[in-house]
Design a protein around this ligand. Structure first.
Ligand code: BGP
Length: 478
C-alpha cells in the first residue's frame, strides 16, 4: 500500500462554520458572526448591526458547541485518525485585547481534545480560520494594522502553552493566500473598507490588502517560532488554498498567463512560509500593481526563522486561464476562471478535476520538498434525506473515490503525503454562500438555511464508505 500505517485519514471543519454557541462561554463576536446568509445567486452581506429580516448562520452553525461529544463519537466510529478543527480566537480572547485568556473558552477545547483522545483521533488545529475578533476589525481595520501581529501572538502563545500536551499538529492561517484576492479583505484579513457591504464585491485598497497579508505572514512565522519554543515536538504547517489553473490553449499568451497565475495566486505565500523570504518575482509584481510594502529588517528575520514543518492545502477544483476574453467563465473556491471543456462542474459551478489533485501534489512536492497534507477536499451538494434520516449520496462517494485514487497515484510517484482530511465531514455552514444546503458531510445535520430543525445527526451512505476506506488504509475504494 502506498499510504503509511499512520497516515492521517480524517475530516475537517472550522469553528465559525460548525460550532454555533456564538454568545456562550464568554465568547466575543467574530467577523463571521456578522455575515448574513446568501445563496449562489444572492451574495452574503457584511453587516455591522443586526439587520431586520436577516439571518446570521454562523451564530448557530451545526451547534457542535453542544453536540461535540456525539460528533466526535461518530468520527471515532468512522475510524478517523485525525480531525482538523480550528480554535475560535474569540473564545479565548473575546475582543482580542484582554490580558488573560478566557478560562471557559480554554476549558471547552480541553474537553474537545479529551474526547478526541478517547476516540484515538489526533487533532490538527488551525489557529485562525476566517474569524478574527470583530473588535479588532472595528478598532484597527483588522490585519491592516501592524499591532494585530502582537495580539495574535498573545493568543497563539496562550493556546500553545495551554494545549502543549493535547495537540501536536498546528496550522497557522487558513488559506492565507485568500489575502491575494479582494474577497480576502474581510473574510481573511478582517479589513473592511468604507462602503463595503456585499461580501463578493468589496471595496479594495490593494496596497492595504497586501500590507495586511504581509502582517499575517510575519505573524505566521512568529507563531511557528513561538510554538517550537513551547514544545519542540510540535509540527506546525501553513495552509494554502490551491486554486490551480491550466492554460486553456497552447498559445504562448495562455502559457504566460498560466505561469503568472501560479506565481501570484498559488506560490506567493507558500514561498514565504516554506523558504523564509519573498520569491524573486514579488518585486516586479508589487511594482506593476503599485504596491509599496513596509517590510522591516525584523520582519525579514522573522520570516527566515519561522519556516513551516509541513505544507497543507485545500483542493476542490481547477480552472483555466486564457487571453481570449470571449471564453465562458465558471466559479470556483475563492476564484473562478475560464471554463474547461473537459470537466463537469457541481451545482455551484466548481469544476471537478481529480487528476488536477495528482498534478498539484506533484507540483507542490517538487517545489518545496517537505511533507504535504491535504486538509480540505470534498463535494458540496444538496442532499435529500429519506423519512428515516438516511441519505444516499453516491455523487459524494464518487467524488471522494476519484480524488483519493488520484492522491494514491501521487504517493506512488513519490510525493510525501502525511494525511487527508475531507472538508466538512459533518454538514456545516458554507463559507462563500452561508447556506446549510451546500452540504459536504459524511454526517447529515437536520437544520436548514435558517437554523430550523432538530440538529439531529444522521449517517449518510458516504459515512460507511469512508469507514471502509480508512479501515483498509485506502486500499478499498469500492
Ligand atoms: C474553503 C474554506 C472553508 C470551506 C471550503 C468550502 O475556502 O477554507 O472554510 O468553507 O472552502 O467552501 P464553501 O463553504 O464556500 O463551499
Amino acid at each position: 500500500m502506498p499510504f503509511s500505517k499512520d497516515f492521517l485519514w480524517g475530516g475537517a471543519t472550522a469553528a465559525n462554520q460548525v460550532e454555533g454557541g456564538y454568545n456562550e462561554g464568554g465568547k466575543g463576536l467574530s467577523i463571521a458572526d456578522m455575515l448574513t446568509n446568501g445563496t449562489h445567486s444572492s451574495p452574503r452581506i457584511i453587516s455591522r448591526a443586526d439587520e431586520e429580516g436577516c439571518y446570521y448562520p454562523n451564530r448557530t452553525a451545526s451547534d457542535f458547541y453542544h453536540h461535540y461529544e456525539e460528533d466526535i463519537r461518530l468520527m471515532g466510529e468512522m475510524g478517523f485518525r485525525s480531525y482538523r478543527m480550528s480554535i475560535a480566537w474569540t473564545r479565548i480572547f473575546p475582543t482580542g485585547e484582554e490580558e488573560e485568556p478566557n478560562e471557559e473558552g480554554l476549558a471547552f477545547y480541553k474537553r474537545v481534545f479529551a474526547k478526541l483522545r478517547e476516540n484515538h483521533i489526533e487533532p490538527v488545529v488551525t489557529l485562525s480560520h476566517y474569524e478574527m475578533p470583530l473588535a479588532l476589525t472595528e478598532k484597527y481595520n483588522g490585519w491592516a494594522d501592524r499591532r494585530v501581529i502582537g495580539l495574535f501572538l498573545r493568543y497563539a502563545e496562550a493556546v500553545f502553552r495551554y494545549f502543549k500536551d493535547d495537540v501536536r499538529y498546528w496550522l497557522t492561517f487558513n488559506e492565507i493566500n485568500c489575502g491575494c484576492l479582494p474577497l480576502g479583505n474581510y473574510m481573511s484579513l478582517g479589513i473592511r473598507n468604507e462602503g463595503t457591504r456585499n461580501f463578493l464585491d468589496q471595496k479594495d485598497d490593494v496596497n492595504l490588502r497586501y500590507q495586511g497579508l504581509h502582517h499575517q505572514l510575519v505573524a505566521s512565522a512568529l507563531a511557528v517560532k513561538a510554538g517550537h519554543a513551547v514544545n519542540p515536538d510540535f509540527k506546525i504547517g501553513n495552509m494554502i488554498a490551491m486554486m490551480p489553473v491550466y492554460p486553456l490553449t497552447c498559445s504562448p499568451q495562455d502559457m504566460l498567463l498560466y505561469q503568472k497565475n501560479w506565481r501570484e495566486m498559488q506560490y506567493y505565500c507558500g514561498d514565504v512560509q516554506v523558504r523564509g523570504s519573498y520569491p524573486y518575482f514579488a518585486e516586479k509584481f508589487w511594482k506593476d500593481n503599485n504596491i509599496c510594502l513596509n517590510i522591516t529588517e525584523e520582519d525579514r528575520i522573522a520570516l527566515k526563522e519561522g519556516t513551516v514543518d509541513f505544507f497543507s492545502f485545500s483542493y476542490y477544483q481547477t480552472n483555466c486561464v486564457t487571453a481570449d476574453p470571449s471564453v465562458g467563465t465558471v466559479s470556483g473556491n475563492l476564484l473562478g476562471g475560464a471554463k474547461n471543456p473537459y470537466l463537469q462542474a457541481n451545482e455551484w459551478g466548481w469544476q471537478i478535476d481529480p487528476e488536477g489533485l495528482r498534478f498539484t501534489l506533484n507540483e507542490l512536492y517538487s517545489r518545496y520538498q517537505i511533507p504535504l497534507m491535504i486538509v480540505e477536499n470534498g463535494l458540496g451538494a444538496k442532499d435529500v434525506p429519506e423519512a428515516d434520516g438516511t441519505v444516499h449520496d453516491p455523487y459524494r462517494i464518487e467524488y471522494l473515490r476519484q480524488h483519493i485514487a488520484a492522491m494514491k497515484e501521487a504517493v506512488e510517484e513519490g510525493v510525501d503525503l502525511m494525511g487527508y482530511t475531507m472538508w466538512g465531514c459533518i454538514d456545516l455552514v458554507s463559507a462563500s454562500t452561508g447556506e446549510m444546503a451546500k452540504r459536504y458531510g459524511f454526517i447529515y445535520v437536520d437544520s436548514d438555511d435558517f437554523g430550523n430543525g432538530t440538529f439531529a445527526r444522521y449517517k449518510k451512505d458516504s459515512f460507511y464508505w469512508y469507514q471502509k476506506v480508512i479501515a483498509s488504509n485506502g486500499a478499498d475504494l469500492d
